[in-house]
Design a protein around this ligand. Structure first.
Ligand SMILES: C[S@@+](CC[C@H](N)C(=O)[O-])C[C@H]1O[C@@H](n2cnc3c(N)ncnc32)[C@H](O)[C@@H]1O
Length: 216
């Protein structure tokens, strides 16, 4: 049974009825990203998903969070603010092109000092992680998702969780006429995750679709 069709009005309602009701720092970052990187601005996670990620970090008590794909730092902003004192966020991105924009927002929010950015292919960076990861957010190149999952699963702490973004890919995953590399990669990733018996996974229709994965 399907209960809702997500309209723009409902989306605004959802955001307005979560904490915080207003968030000037992320709103300014979204506006700056649109101004500076118009074409790519849609890569920022949305306000609903930011609130969701912040809540996950808070309820899980995560102390070490890893992000794969940082762009102008929107998801990192939401997660870093939810960390406890002494918590760390390690961000991987292949380019530092967007970093100045991200750092300005993180500084404005007072969380710049808890975020470490590692520039380079995320697969290489993840392979070098030597501390248990409490929460990981995957939001980079879609063809790399399976590799990132394989690298992250053995590095999760006992109650660690992996959050995977864009798993519905604007609905393309259920449209077999769409066969580009990213869509096929996401379709295959979703299929493979669901077929594994060593993980527990749940797919949520938040943003562009989010899957939560934990090791059994
Ligand atoms: C969708 S954006 C991330 C958006 C970000 N999470 C946010 O909410 O603002 C994807 C990012 O992944 C990065 N990326 C692409 N391929 C990568 C790779 N192989 N390793 C690390 N980062 C990569 C891109 O440079 C881009 O900044």
């Amino acid at each position: 049974m399907r209960w809702i069709e997500m309209t723009d009005e409902l989306y605004d309602y959802v955001t307005a009825h979560a904490s915080p009701r207003h968030d000037p720092v992320s709103e300014r970052l979204a506006a700056t990203t649109r101004e500076r990187f118009e074409r790519q601005a849609g890569m920022n996670i949305g306000a609903d998903q930011g609130r969701f990620l912040a809540t996950l970090v808070a309820v899980s008590g995560a102390r070490l969070v890893v992000e794969v794909g940082t762009f102008t730092g929107m998801s990192a902003l939401w997660m870093a603010r939810a960390l406890p004192d002494g918590g760390r966020l390690i961000c991987f991105d292949i380019t530092d092109r967007y970093l100045e924009t991200a750092r300005a927002a993180w500084r404005e929010a007072g969380v710049d000092d808890r975020i470490e950015v590692r520039i380079g292919p995320a697969a290489e960076g993840l392979a070098e992680l030597d501390r248990p990861v409490d929460l990981a957010f995957i939001d980079a190149d879609k063809t790399g998702y399976a590799t990132y999952l394989d690298l992250l699963l053995p590095r999760l702490s006992e109650h660690g969780v992996i959050v995977v973004d864009n798993v519905l890919w604007s609905g393309a995953v259920v449209d077999d006429s769409i066969q580009d590399d990213d869509t096929v990669a996401l379709r295959t990733f979703n299929h493979d995750v669901a077929a594994r018996d060593d993980v527990q996974a749940v797919m949520l229709p938040i943003g562009d679709g989010v899957t939560l994965i934990r090791r059994r």
